[in-house]
Design a binder for this molecule. Sequence first.
Ligand SMILES: Nc1ncnc2c1ncn2[C@@H]1O[C@H](COP(=O)(O)OP(=O)(O)O)[C@@H](O)[C@H]1O
Ligand SMILES: [Mg+2]
Length: 230
Amino acid sequence: MRREYSKVMHNVFDEFTNRAIFKLISQGHFDGLQSPISIGKEANIFSAKKGQETVVVKIYRLESCDFNRMYDYIKLDPRYSTVHPSKRKIVFAWAQREYRNLLKAREAGVRVPKPITFLHHVLVMEHIGKRQPAPKLKDAWPRHTKEFFQEVVEQMRKLHQAELVHADLSAFNILNDQERPVIIDMSQCTTLEDSRAAEYLQRDIKNVAVFFRKIGLDAREDGIRQRIIT
Ligand SMILES: Nc1ncnc2c1ncn2[C@@H]1O[C@H](COP(=O)(O)OP(=O)(O)O)[C@@H](O)[C@H]1O
Ligand SMILES: [Mg+2]
């Protein structure tokens, strides 16, 4: 397995990342990376095989991501207020924070991918979608707009009950998994004690309202807020 992986991926990642991936493979979390799903500014996402199953491996970039922006965000999260402002430490904390947020959200019954494990800057989680990854809401408008909208708001309510705010919620970070929403990309997600939590919540609400209005629903920010905070 290792040799096979090396042939394909040898030059793709730096040595540190290769070692982290090998370790996760040797721990049995997956057999090897399969194909890229998304190449992003902060992270690259791959599908990976685990026997017959597929999992998702999110590899945060150690280079060329915006550490200052990440630090500005994470230092206000009381869980990470003492994080060392070195590049690596911030990226590791970012990956760990996504894992913790996914776990907490899931425990609260929010529809998010099940987190499996993380090591340094590499996060392993459930693959959403049957064979292909489920499309983003922005690319796959729901057939039953109102029901879908209500379910999104319900997820936001549950997240809020768990004392979390997503902070980057939009139709980019909601997947349409067979006509049901799944919320992803939880690394920015912070606690309600974060001094900017109220601002993030308002922005999330606005993004959701704007998207659903665009696809024809009379979605009001006030109405959404009422449902979330009561
Ligand atoms: N668990 C998952 N299952 C299926 N697809 C996923 C999963 N996580 C991420 N993706 C895909 O990868 C894309 C990027 O992931 P995301 O976590 O939003 O990272 P970022 O936006 O920071 O690059 C998503 O828009 C989605 O298409
Ligand atoms: Mg995203």
